[in-house]
Design a protein around this ligand. Structure first.
Ligand code: LMR
Length: 397
């Protein structure tokens, strides 16, 4: 049976991790996969996470099953983090929530759930979008359409074109939006634009599906949830997939959340039953540890404060790195303007260079980034910023 299989190339982003690890150049710089790094290039365990793990180790009494929806406390606290404690979708019990194996698990279970509601439904994704959105949606049986999003000339959101494309969507189509810190561009919708998109979605009876994987790494925990909350205020139904990989640094613990908002509490209970049954048919139930860490942090005020502080340090470092690389690129005297990097949010920006120049940076300077020229801003440091700027100026000459 296996003799007929064709080999599949490794995921381009994940391949960069291996390539970087094997590179013996002492000057190598990793601007590839979206993982937060400190000034030394490490991805440390957050102190609030370590403290929570000690508590869990001391207090955990069982490793029995937790059920398809995961931990109820985790689900409750995650929903509050996303929508705010007093949001009407929580008060009116219009949400069904499940803990998932990472943001990918949330996205995939949401896609499977959509496919149960409307088999083969069309999902509109931004051009560009996170590369893994495509298999996560398509392998669940959904069809993809694209709406223009990032304008490479203006280095900003092509908002008129985005609206123009979404005006052609059919009733019941799904619109996948990045809640904040757009991956891969770093270019986000502003508040007025979120409002316009929400009105369009409501008027055309579309379903918003918001992927929020970087809450807290753009402008702040509440600020980054502005679009999502505004959307939830506006529409009767919506889906959210969130991740604790970046803001809690729990990458390998696979901790995420899927939320389905229905029009009333009765329908929410039905949606939940369907969502949990979908989960049971895939992986039965999520792993417990990451969610136990998150609920311990979010439910204990001291740990919560510590986590918020650590997250602020990460967010500020990203903003400082944006300013540093933009100013280093100016200082080396390139004839291109890279100041747009400072206006973008979160972990990523596009340099706007060609795939050949990306290869040249890797091969000649040991600087690693995605083929699209997306850079992980966290990989910049005071030690490498001038080296990186100089190398970029060399390849774009
Ligand atoms: C990224 O975009 O680099 C991250 O979200 C990691 C991944 O899984 O692709």
């Amino acid at each position: 049976m296996f003799n007929q299989l064709q080999g599949v190339p490794p995921d381009a982003l994940l391949k960069l991790i291996v390539q970087f690890g094997q590179d013996s150049n002492p000057k190598k710089v990793d601007l590839g996969v979206g993982v937060y790094k400190d000034e030394q290039g490490n991805t440390p365990v957050m102190q609030a996470v370590t403290a929570a793990e000690h508590i869990i180790l001391e207090q955990q009494k069982t490793k029995s099953y937790i059920g398809p929806a995961g931990s109820p406390l985790y689900c409750e606290l995650s929903a509050e983090l996303l929508f705010g404690k007093n949001h009407s979708v929580i008060k009116d019990r219009r949400i069904s929530v499940a803990q998932t194996p990472g943001g990918c698990g949330a996205l995939r279970m949401a896609a499977e759930f959509i496919n149960v509601c409307k088999p083969g439904a069309t999902v509109w994704v931004s051009t560009p979008t996170w590369v893994n959105h495509i298999p996560l949606m398509c392998e669940a049986g959904l069809q993809l359409k694209e709406y223009p999003y990032y304008n490479d000339e203006t280095k900003d959101v092509d908002f008129d074109k985005m609206l123009e494309a979404l005006e052609t969507a059919n009733e019941g189509d799904i619109v996948l939006l990045h809640g904040c810190c757009h991956n891969p561009s770093g270019a986000d919708l502003n508040q007025a634009q979120w409002q316009q998109v929400a009105e369009l979605i409501l008027r055309k009876h579309l379903l918003p599906f918001i992927d929020i994987a970087y809450q807290g790494l753009g402008d702040g925990l509440n600020e980054d949830a502005h679009g999502l909350r505004l959307m939830a205020d506006t529409v009767p139904e919506m889906i959210v997939a969130s991740s604790c990989s970046k803001n809690f640094g729990l990458y390998r613990e696979r901790t995420g959340t899927v939320v389905v908002i229905s029009s009333d509490a009765t329908r929410a209970a039905i949606s939940g039953s369907q969502l949990f049954s979908t989960i049971r048919g895939h992986y039965s139930m999520p792993p417990a540890h990451g969610a136990a860490i998150v609920e311990t942090i979010l439910s204990q005020s001291e740990l919560n404060t510590q986590w918020v502080d650590e997250l602020s340090v990460m967010r500020n470092r990203l903003a400082d790195n944006r300013a540093a690389i933009a100013s280093a690129l100016k200082a080396v005297g390139t004839d291109r303007d890279f100041s747009f990097i400072t206006a973008e949010k979160g972990m990523f920006s596009f340099l706007g260079i060609t795939p050949a120049q990306v290869d040249q940076l890797r091969e000649e300077h040991a600087i690693y980034m995605a083929g699209s020229s997306r850079i992980n801003i966290a990989g910049i440091s005071t030690a490498n910023v001038e080296y990186v700027a100089h190398a970029i100026s060399q390849v774009i000459k």
